[in-house]
Design a protein around this ligand. Sequence first.
Ligand code: ADP
Ligand code: TRP
Length: 326
Amino acid sequence: MRVLSGIQPTGRFHWGNYFGAIKQYIDLQDNEQAFYFIADLHALTTIRNADRLRQNTLEAAIDLLALGLDPKQATLFRQSDVPEITDLTWILMTITQMSLLEKCHAYKDKKEKGIAADAGLFTYPVLMAADILLYDSDMVPVGQDQIQHVEVTRDLAQRFNNLFGETLTLPKSSVLDTSAKVPGIDGEKMSKSYRNVIEIFEDPKKQRKKIMSIKTDSATLEDPKDPDSCSVFALYKLFADETQQTELAARYRAGGMGYGEAKQAVHDAALEYFGPARERRTELSSDTDTLNDILAEGALKAREKGKEVLERVQSACGLGTARLSK
Ligand code: ADP
Ligand code: TRP
């Protein structure tokens, strides 16, 4: 069984990305054949600055490795290092109905807001389908918002198979732990687009300041407080074991503890939790050769599989393969 997922390098990863996605990628690498990539071709639909895209892509790879993605267990690569992806995208594009893409939310949302969309945003789900189908992926761990794109992928694979014979593997989405809908500092879902994130590797002092600014209700220090409706407590739960959670919940209910103290507990717990990853990150950042080797090796493995599938697809629909067999 092959697990595959991609993550866009549109900014530094935050706690929501880790508990909602990255942690699962790392857990899955032990038992499954895993392919993970940095979706820089997708990010090109929003980032139009070469240095920023290059830098973000490398930072994303460093973050994933520091957080425990093991290149000996999983294949980590940069999406654009596998050019076969755009060949497959075109082929899939020729069998994609406009009406299918018109229903997709990224495009629909923009259109509803009256923002002009590029063809890249409109056809984004076809590139994502190619990402999945190029490696015969069976399982695609994604957040809730990406289920629609995996459904499009299944539709396209089925349509291709109906037209040209059994060629493509139909993938299944696996919805990532939605209980980990991590709240941001304003209490809404943590997301880069809401500017309410706490970045995993932010400077500890700056991170503390952000944590201290988490929105809470106006209860006084003496008042008993409800842990279950408090974002500070929701964040604490991500880092603490059961006993620690019960202890802090009891202190909330008893009163006499201010939110400042709970926020400090979140900061301390997060520093401890991500401490080893911070150290690994420092080492990796100073060793760009190793990083480039890992990405090159990953691309090689991904391309090997990608070429095999592309050749199958080309042969099924009548395209030449001379270029590949050279
Ligand atoms: P953002 O919303 O910050 O732009 P992305 O859409 O790039 O993040 O999400 C990358 C991955 O992280 C997805 O799998 C998504 O489901 C997950 N994710 C993002 N924010 C959260 C959150 N607040 N809670 C849980 N998972 C999240
Ligand atoms: N579109 C996904 C997101 O924004 C990222 C992505 C690109 C992806 N290609 C993929 C996820 C293939 C899973 C499989 O989160």
